[in-house]
Write a protein that binds this ligand. Structure first.
Ligand SMILES: CC(C)(COP(=O)(O)OP(=O)(O)OC[C@H]1O[C@@H](n2cnc3c(N)ncnc32)[C@H](O)[C@@H]1OP(=O)(O)O)[C@@H](O)C(=O)NCCC(=O)NCCS
Length: 382
């Protein structure tokens, strides 16, 4: 009996494959429910569903999602989506509205080519963004789907577009960051060939309880960054983070861009010097949320680094304390930061000051097979 079903299904697949492919930009989400079959037939059935999903199907009550490239006119809707998802305080995405906005204009990003929008009835249901780091041949995917539009197939299709785009850019490694408790995302990415590679911790410090010991001023905290010194900061940054997992060396252009953002300025970056040479830095940030009362209360240690020759001498601790004091003086109540669980030195430093683990996130990695394109064989929409 199961053999008959299997053969029938196989015949249907062949017929479907021989028929004309669907229009490139349309995906319809259709989800069968409560269907159980002999395992022999499951794969064949999945293949049919997968194929049907790529076609413009009028059947079923599910609406059609269009996946297409980002256009500058999408900006407002995209930011609205990110704010709504953030307000829901769920674990659907690792990207904050602020991160999203900042990444759109990053030098060498080109969202019109690298960002894919899932649209439904003129509204944005979600997106996936491929942020290329060509100097280390990696791309970081960020994605977001409004909970109302959660469809496994839609996420899968978005990720397929992203992977194909990365292939087109000849990227060797794709990374995606997933909140540890987002089981659905972990399962989906795993099924799509992504493997868990790294665990990061999100730490939080309540500044009113922090052990902000007095800074030993004998050492080298000197001043804030000045405009025109971006190239010096780039050197220190790249030396400090060389060999750090996932670090893509920065450029002066990127530093200039990031320090020119509306919620950033060179004064947010504290420098440590030794005999006039820059040896470390602490980059602080204040969240720019719509609600200013909330935003003022939350700050971030965005980066902290000391060049190898000057480590283990108390410079990192002093920089961190100076950064926290700066945030406190600006009205910040809690400070957050992200640290690799394997970075024992930094974790010991943060713990000694009173940072506690708030949550965890996981990095998944895919090494795309350059010989194939996933899905329809295009990165398109394009
Ligand atoms: C993390 C980093 C900034 C620390 O700077 P540093 O100047 O070496 O740190 P300090 O000398 O002030 O030491 C601060 C604390 O770090 C810990 N630490 C320092 N060196 C350590 C080592 N070799 N092993 C374990 N812990 C160490 C200790 O807890 C130390 O406190 P203590 O001296 O009171 O015991 C530096 O190692 C660095 O730039 N690393 C690469 C970039 C990075 O990982 N940044 C953090 C990203 S989240």
């Amino acid at each position: 009996m199961s053999n008959t079903i299997y053969m029938t299904l196989s015949a249907v697949i062949i017929c479907l494959k021989m028929s004309k492919p669907p229009p490139a930009e349309q995906v319809v989400v259709y989800k069968p429910k409560g269907f159980k079959m002999h395992s022999l037939c499951v794969n064949a059935f999945r293949e049919i569903i997968d194929h049907l999903q790529r076609r413009l199907l009028p059947f079923g009550s599910e609406p059609a999602y269009i996946i297409r490239n980002y256009r500058p006119s999408d900006f407002d809707k995209l930011v609205r989506l990110a704010s709504e998802v953030e307000k829901l305080k769920q674990t659907y995405s690792c990207t904050s509205p602020q991160d999203l906005v900042e990444s759109l204009d990053l030098p060498n990003h080109f969202p019109e080519k690298n960002l894919f929008i899932a649209e439904i009835s003129g509204n944005i249901a979600g997106y996936v963004d491929v942020v290329p780091e060509l100097n280390i041949s990696r791309a970081v995917l960020s994605y977001m789907l409004h909970p109302e539009h959660h469809r496994k197939v839609l996420t899968k299709r978005l990720v397929e577009c992203a992977v194909n785009r990365a292939l087109k850019l000849r990227i060797k490694t794709i990374h995606v960051n997933i909140p540890q408790d987002n089981r659905a995302a972990k399962r989906l990415f795993f099924k799509m060939g992504f493997k868990f590679v790294r665990r990061f911790l999100e730490l939080r410090l309540d500044l009113s309880k922090a052990r902000l010991l007095k800074i030993n001023q004998t050492a080298s905290i000197c001043r804030c960054l000045r405009r025109g010194e971006e190239d010096k900061l780039v050197q220190v940054q790249n030396l400090s983070f060389a060999n750090t997992w996932g670090y893509s060396p920065n450029t002066t252009e990127e530093i200039f861009y990031r320090t020119s953002l509306p919620n950033c300025s060179p004064e947010d970056i504290i420098l440590a010097c030794y005999a006039d040479k820059l040896i470390g830095y602490c980059w602080t940030k204040i969240d720019s949320e719509e609600d200013k009362a909330i935003s003022r209360s939350k700050g971030r240690i965005y980066m902290l680094g000391v060049i190898p020759d000057h480590r283990g001498k108390g410079v990192g601790r002093q920089l961190l304390l100076a950064g926290l004091s700066l945030l406190k003086s600006r009205g910040v109540l809690t400070v957050e930061l992200t640290v690799d669980i394997e970075n024992k030195t930094a974790r010991a430093l943060y713990k000694s000051i009173g940072f506690e683990v708030r949550t965890r996130s996981l990095w998944y990695e895919k090494v795309p097979d350059c010989s194939i394109f996933i899905g329809r064989g295009d990165d398109k929409p394009s």
